[in-house]
Ligand binder design. Structure first.
Ligand code: ATP
Ligand code: MG
Length: 224
């Protein structure tokens, strides 16, 4: 493995401003392969900004963001889609397509990467089993609970076998019991080797899961 890819994610003195707002101020950290890391901090702290920088949806004003040995500041526009395929993302509001079935929602991700259609059904079946949605395969989102919807979005993120799974407040719209089972699923996925980076301000979840925490306050890393 090259020196550059020893860490899966590396922030070196990363700063990002929006107008006069300093969203991140000289933030540095490293995340290794297979880690499960919480990014915590109050609303407006800069958590989502960190995730967007990892995805290269944003670029730093100064400093360097490296993901899998790639400096996002050096990505050409033509390289961005392939780069993003290596990162699965799950959001608070699920972002599922309401007019498509569970299986079809997952297939969309495979269509995007151009996987031949004959290989879809096996991949979809496998990932839906992983997230516990085999019975729901042919249902529509309107027929599912919040926890099940989050499992659909997890399945869609995982089906392309990304290097990293990013989650932005994945339990923000779920009640405690449902959050708990979704978190168990994230734990299981991490135990199988996937690197998980999760932004949350849910202190109960962070306390229960005992993972490494990067705590951000006002755009700076702070002690918890
Ligand atoms: N596109 C943008 N334009 C202007 N300001 C922005 C933009 N994105 C983020 N900000 C500002 O940057 C700061 C950090 O925002 P960010 O979304 O990263 O916070 P967060 O920690 O994810 O908060 P929350 O817990 O509410 O999701 C905030 O002050 C926010 O208003
Ligand atoms: Mg946020």
């Amino acid at each position: 493995m090259s020196e550059a890819s020893k860490h899966l994610v590396k922030f070196s003195d990363v700063s990002k401003k929006f107008g006069v707002v300093s969203a991140l101020d000289k933030v540095s950290f490293e995340i290794g392969h297979g880690e499960f890391v919480f990014i915590t901090g109050p609303s407006g702290a800069g958590k989502t900004t960190i995730l967007k920088l990892i995805l290269a949806e944003l670029l730093p004003d100064s400093g360097k963001v490296e993901v899998g040995g790639v400096n996002t500041g050096n990505l050409k526009e033509s390289e961005t889609p392939l780069f993003r395929q290596k990162i699965g993302v799950v959001f608070q509001d699920f972002k599922v397509l309401m007019e498509r079935t569970v299986a079809e929602n997952v297939e969309v991700a495979l269509a995007v990467i151009g996987l031949p259609e004959k290989e879809w059904s096996e991949r979809v079946k496998h990932v839906l089993k992983l997230v516990g949605l085999t019975k729901q395969t042919n249902l529509f989102p309107a027929q599912l609970s919040g926890g099940e919807l989050q499992r659909v979005s997890l399945a869609r993120a995982l089906v392309v076998n990304p290097m990293i799974l990013l989650a932005d407040e994945p339990t923000g719209n779920l009640d405690w019991e449902t959050s708990d089972s979704v978190m168990e699923l994230f734990e299981k996925i991490n135990k199988e080797g996937k690197t998980v980076i999760m932004a949350t301000h849910n202190k109960e979840i962070v306390k229960k899961h005992q993972k490494r925490v990067i705590h951000i306050v006002g755009g700076k890393i702070s002690k918890t």
